[in-house]
Design a protein around this ligand. Structure first.
Ligand SMILES: *Cc1c(COP(=O)(O)O)cnc(C)c1O
Length: 456
């Protein structure tokens, strides 16, 4: 067979519960700490920022969390998402490996992010919240939350990282089409944004700065809460719908992955596809290798330190133990804007420390080359972020070719690249450079990590 095969589930197969990996961890996640007291934060500490339902999802150790029916109702717009066997890509690579990919680009915003945006908007609406503030890197999260906000009647204010605000006007137009207000960050709207602009008026912005601005706005107003598109436990929980559907589709295909690959910015789409498989392995099922792929210009998992750090640059958030490049680190302005975050989800970091996942890093030009190979074989143009997963999967397939092994590879194609064609134009014109992060800045950012007493 040369055509790629599509595995579809009917709507009634949309999962009814998310999977919580905290139930199956061999060692519990280190506590999140209050930066003032260095004591574990309690639900009340987080209440100004998040509705209680989401705070409880942050800490629950129950294995399954019910997906509210109104959320499943919205999921029906695009879920279940298709899973494909990439026969044509296998042929193009001449590999004996079987390559499968789950495609999350069929959502209205074009990525996996609406899986959690819709859930977060629902719980905020239930709690009587009127307005959500958030940050966005590439614009994927901002447009996902704008979409979800419009469905549930919530106002949405988005701080978009300056470089992508300038590079991606169509993402902003999408957010505004859904009714959101979008500002370039650092902005003059917040005290923190103004303090950054004072020191450097042409600051390119970073997710860490945009988070500080969004948190500042939410902390000031009772009717406003903050929404984060990655990193937090509840976000990763919502994304497990990706892996849960994939499991059923792999069974339809009469196959099971030896390797699962995902790209990592804050870790949510990776967790989404990987956690259900990791959990299955921890409960005695077949163990797959799990590979996280990150950009070499912002390599938190492969080059960062596993330490307590702030989630934002302005140091308004609690301290979480994670792989971090330091909260003051500003990565260079490469095209996969969704992967420009200084930290990594605490759950993903914890699994790395436990040896349950691997991590690799690639430069952007080799990732774009992989994305073009994929597009020519399979027809879908991946988002620049997703190109990292494509690259990781292709490397695994080429290893199988060298070793003569017919392993099964599953990767998450977390979004399409239709709003990122300028990056493809630059790549085709030979204008994309492999950005190096500044070693000195990294050393400084790491030296500035908060000092946290070791627990007794
Ligand atoms: C936001 C985004 C990412 C990075 O975020 P994760 O939380 O690591 O998934 C990756 N790919 C796409 C398409 C995105 O929109």
């Amino acid at each position: 067979m040369t055509e790629s095969t599509k595995y579809l589930l009917t709507e009634d197969r949309i999962p009814k519960r998310w999977y919580n990996i905290q139930a199956d961890l061999p060692k519990p996640l280190p506590a999140v700490l209050h930066p003032g007291t260095m004591q574990p934060v309690g639900p009340d500490d987080l209440a100004p920022l998040f509705p209680m339902a989401l705070i409880m999802q942050e800490v629950t150790t129950e294995r399954e969390v019910e997906i509210p029916e109104p959320v499943r109702e919205v999921y029906r717009l695009w879920r279940p998402c298709p899973l494909y066997r990439a026969h044509r890509l296998e042929k193009a690579l001449g590999t004996p490996a079987k390559i499968f990919y789950k495609y999350e680009g069929v959502s209205p915003a074009g990525s996996h992010k609406p899986n959690t945006a819709v859930a977060q908007a629902f719980y905020n609406k239930e709690a009587g919240v009127k307005r959500l503030s958030t940050e966005t890197g590439a614009g994927q999260w901002g447009s996902s939350l704008a979409f979800a906000g419009s469905l549930f009647g919530l106002e949405v204010l988005v701080f978009q990282v300056r470089v992508s605000y300038d590079q991606k006007p169509y993402r902003r137009a999408l957010m505004e089409t859904y009714g959101a207000r979008c500002l370039a960050s650092p902005s003059a709207e917040t005290a923190y944004g103004r303090s950054v602009l004072e020191k450097r008026p042409d600051h390119p912005g970073s997710l860490g700065i945009a988070i500080s601005e969004a948190v500042e706005v939410a902390a000031q107003r009772d009717d406003t809460k903050y929404a984060l598109g990655s990193v937090l436990n509840h976000v990763l929980l919502h994304q497990t719908i990706i892996g849960l559907e994939s499991m059923e589709q792999m069974r339809m295909a009469d196959a099971w992955p030896d390797v699962v690959v995902g790209c990592t910015g804050g870790g949510s789409n990776f967790a989404g596809i990987a956690f259900p498989f990791i959990g299955d392995g921890l409960r005695g099922g077949k163990k797959a290798r799990i590979v996280a792929v990150e950009p070499a210009a912002c390599p938190s998992l492969t080059r960062g330190k596993y330490a307590y750090d702030f989630g934002d640059t302005g140091h308004m958030t609690p301290l979480a133990k994670m792989h971090t490049l330091g909260s003051t680190f500003t990565p260079p302005g490469f095209h996969a804007g969704g992967l420009r975050y200084h930290g990594m989800a605490p759950l993903v970091s914890h699994l790395k420390e436990l040896g349950l996942i691997e991590a690799t890093a690639y430069h952007q030009t080799e990732c774009f080359a992989a994305g073009v190979t994929f597009a020519r074989a399979e027809g879908i143009v991946p988002a620049p972020e997703a190109n990292h997963a494509v690259k990781g999967a292709i490397e695994e397939a080429l290893r199988c070719k060298r070793e003569g092994r017919s392993e099964t590879i599953l990767f998450n194609l977390c979004g399409h690249g239709h709003f990122d064609m300028q990056a493809y134009i630059d790549y085709a014109a030979g204008k994309l450079k492999d950005q190096q992060y500044d070693e000195k800045e990294l050393a400084m950012a790491l030296a500035g990590l908060p000092s946290v007493p070791e627990p007794a």
